[in-house]
Design a protein around this ligand. Structure first.
Ligand code: IVH
Length: 674
């Protein structure tokens, strides 16, 4: 068959690309594309080679993985470390069982070991006489690297098996990985130290294992789960994988507790569905499930291809990371005027949804990522969390990159932009800015606030643009006739909306407070405020000192609440809303909270108190609802320092925590105990 030039060229380009990515991944440990994108390249190449008969022995499709790293001693796996075939839907998984039954000449149900496909690095551990002798990476499947020193730093890997009569030799295979908590802890530390943030747990684990100095490896809290036995001598193993796992666990080897034995492929499909549903709550990252024939005799009968065993199948879950391109960056103005850069992306299917834009948070984040418009980026969306750009993929061929600049004026109203705190910028115009107005109305109508059904984002924009509403109170003046005239709105929808607006007038004080959109007052704080004061008039009149006694309210939130209620326009708005019929039932004041004005506050006592024994001071603080801690941290609200105060006082000053002396402390006790 004559092969079109276009195809020959595509095949050679694909091979070159795959080779490059293999090198980046295996040898340099610096992948530039997510695994899912790599798999697409390989699948396309396999398809073309097959369709046009272009297969050559040196094609990357004929190799199991990449090259080995040169700095480490290379070694050969006596039994090659194979890869897995993959499916991503139930039908293909069912076909896997049909193929097995056909090959075995028996259509009876088969027993499977269903396992999480842990996203880490495959390793081989060799135990001689029960003692860990060697740890190796998989490398290209045949040749790996000796990482014994690094493997020995992993606490869950036993240096000696807990077995009286140890086998002469046994090779344990499994996955070394970094758990989600360990990853978060590392990144918290990196952030504190101002060092590089790690992109994802798998790359971090791979990087840690490739450290030449094991002390660097030991800084990363790596873990391991075993998933098979390679070569062995001097013992008889059970015939069932499930039994082998029990044996390994009894020797002190880490076995994944989420492995389960199931009968029939349907039960395996259920396992996959259940595992996918639990993906977020698992302590480690997975990229799918592995379904293996449980019986080792059957495994041997089925045998292997060059790269993959016939008796196992990976069921891939949707990738949580994909590459895409940043088409543009727009600046959005939020409810309180904060200007947020938002990246418009070439739409990409990631973590189960199509993502076409994502927040960049602030200009510092853009700087940290080194992002420009036109860049190729890795987007991550895990579970329900909002998608985020985790890394810019550097490529020399990248053309037409455009620097991202903060606009000179508010993109919605043209007013001046001012700095707001350390990293944010805001529009200086306040509520006259149409964007801020729209956002505050959307927030007011939203489900957790006044819950006006049918008054969504699009409609609010339309109503503000048409000049039909200018603030939240105007919502209650909307008439049927004008509404029904709006584009895409008939009599019926207008009727429904009016009814929903009417219904929303019966609300609760926490909802109303939250709906007002006071800076930093979320639903929980609104609830606390409502319970503490019980009345909007009292909240409006409360001074900062009083507000700070409300659980979880500190000086910053108290100041925002004061600023809001000191603005006569806001007071007028609240009055208008009440005049238009917005009502809420009376709320029982939490007498306990009032009686314990320091509820939620943490105090630290240090130095010597002259007029009151320290025990008494502590008892009085506890009675007022405060917690009394022994050391100063960022969660401390106030430090009471007497003469002789030392390191705690210094730490409080370094963290800018309020410090009072004994006189001020006694005055505070007096004031609060009245
Ligand atoms: S079995 C011959 N079981 O997936 C079978 N692999 O794409 C070899 N992996 O290199 C692997 N969890 O790094 C197996 N429970 C599990 C696994 C697992 C993760 C990884 C392993 C392997 C890759 C295959």
């Amino acid at each position: 068959m004559a092969v079109p030039d276009k195809i020959t060229q595509e095949v050679s380009e694909l091979r070159a690309q795959i080779e490059t990515h293999n090198r980046l991944y295996h040898a340099l440990d610096s992948p530039e594309i997510p695994d899912a994108d790599y798999d697409v390249l390989v699948a396309r190449l396999e398809l073309l080679e097959d369709q046009y008969d272009l297969l050559i022995p040196s094609s990357p499709t004929q190799r199991i993985g990449g090259e080995a790293l040169s700095q480490f001693t290379q070694l050969t796996h006596v039994m090659p470390m194979l890869s897995l075939d993959k499916v991503s839907n139930e039908k293909d998984l069912a076909d896997f069982e049909l193929r097995l039954q056909k090959r075995l000449g028996d259509d009876g149900e088969l027993e499977y070991s269903c396992e999480p496909k842990v996203d880490g690095v495959a390793v081989s551990l060799l135990y001689r006489g029960g003692v860990l002798q060697r740890g190796a990476t998989r490398g290209d499947g045949v040749t790996g690297e000796d990482i014994t020193h690094n493997v020995k730093t992993i606490p869950s890997i036993p240096l000696q098996l807990e077995i009286a009569a140890a086998p002469a030799l046994i090779e344990i295979r499994g996955e070394i990985f970094l758990g989600k908590k360990g990853f978060a802890r590392l990144n918290r530390r990196a952030e504190e130290e101002g060092s590089k943030i790690f992109v994802n747990p798998r790359n971090t684990a791979a990087g840690a294992l490739r450290q030449l100095d094991p002390r660097h490896t030991a800084r990363v809290p790596l873990q391991m789960y075993c998933y098979s036995v390679g070569i062995f001598e001097g013992l008889a193993l059970p015939d069932q994988l499930g039994e082998i796992f029990k044996l390994l666990a009894s020797w002190g080897l880490p076995v994944n507790p989420d492995i389960s034995t199931r009968v029939g492929i349907e039960a395996c499909q259920t396992y996959c569905t259940e595992l996918l549903a639990r993906r977020d709550s698992l302590e480690y990252e997975i990229d799918g499930a592995v379904i293996k024939i449980d019986n080792l005799v059957t495994q041997r009968r089925l045998g292997s291809n060059a790269r993959t065993p016939r008796w196992a199948m990976a069921f891939k879950f949707p990738a949580e990371e994909k590459t895409t391109r940043v088409l543009d960056v727009e600046f959005q103005v939020g409810r309180t005027g904060t200007i947020t850069p938002v990246a418009r992306l070439e739409p990409v299917f990631v973590g189960g949804v199509t993502v076409s834009n994502t927040t960049l948070h602030n200009m510092d984040e853009i700087e940290r990522l080194g992002l420009s418009i036109g860049d190729t980026v890795i987007v991550r969306r895990a579970g329900d969390v909002i998608p985020k750009i985790v890394k810019v993929v550097r490529s020399r061929s990248q053309k037409n990159r455009k620097k991202i600049r903060l606009p000179e004026a508010c993109p919605a109203c043209g007013s001046a932009i001012e700095k707001d705190g350390e990293v944010f910028y805001k529009c200086s115009a306040g509520i006259i800015c149409p964007a801020q107005r729209k956002e505050s109305i959307k927030h007011f109508a939203s489900r957790t606030a006044m819950d006006i059904e049918g008054l969504g984002s699009k409609l609010v924009e339309q109503l503000v643009d048409e000049g039909m509403i200018g603030n939240v109170a105007d919502i209650f003046l909307l008439g049927i006739e004008r509404l029904a005239d709006l584009e895409r709105m008939g009599n019926k929808s207008a009727d429904n909306l009016i009814a929903a607006i009417d219904k929303s007038k019966q609300t609760t004080l926490p909802r109303f407070l939250f709906a007002l959109g006071i800076r930093e007052v979320g639903a929980a704080t609104a609830q606390q405020l409502a319970m503490y004061y019980g009345d909007i008039g009292q909240i409006a009149a409360a001074d900062a000192e009083s507000l700070e006694r409300v659980p979880d309210i500190g000086p910053i939130v108290a100041a925002h609440i004061r600023t809001f209620f000191e603005n006569p326009e806001n007071l007028a708005l609240i009055k208008a809303l009440q005049d238009y019929g917005v009502r809420w039932p009376e709320i029982a004041v939490d007498a306990n909270a009032q009686a314990r004005p320091l509820l939620g506050k943490t105090y630290v006592l240090t130095g010597t108190l002259q007029q009151m024994p320290r025990d008494e001071a502590k008892r009085r603080l506890l009675a007022l609802g405060a917690k009394v801690a022994g050391s100063v941290s960022k969660n401390t609200d106030c430090v009471v320092a007497g003469p002789g105060a030392g390191s705690k006082l210094m730490k409080a000053e370094a963290l800018a925590i309020k410090v009072i002396d004994e006189g001020e402390f006694l005055a505070l006790l007096d004031a609060l105990s009245q």
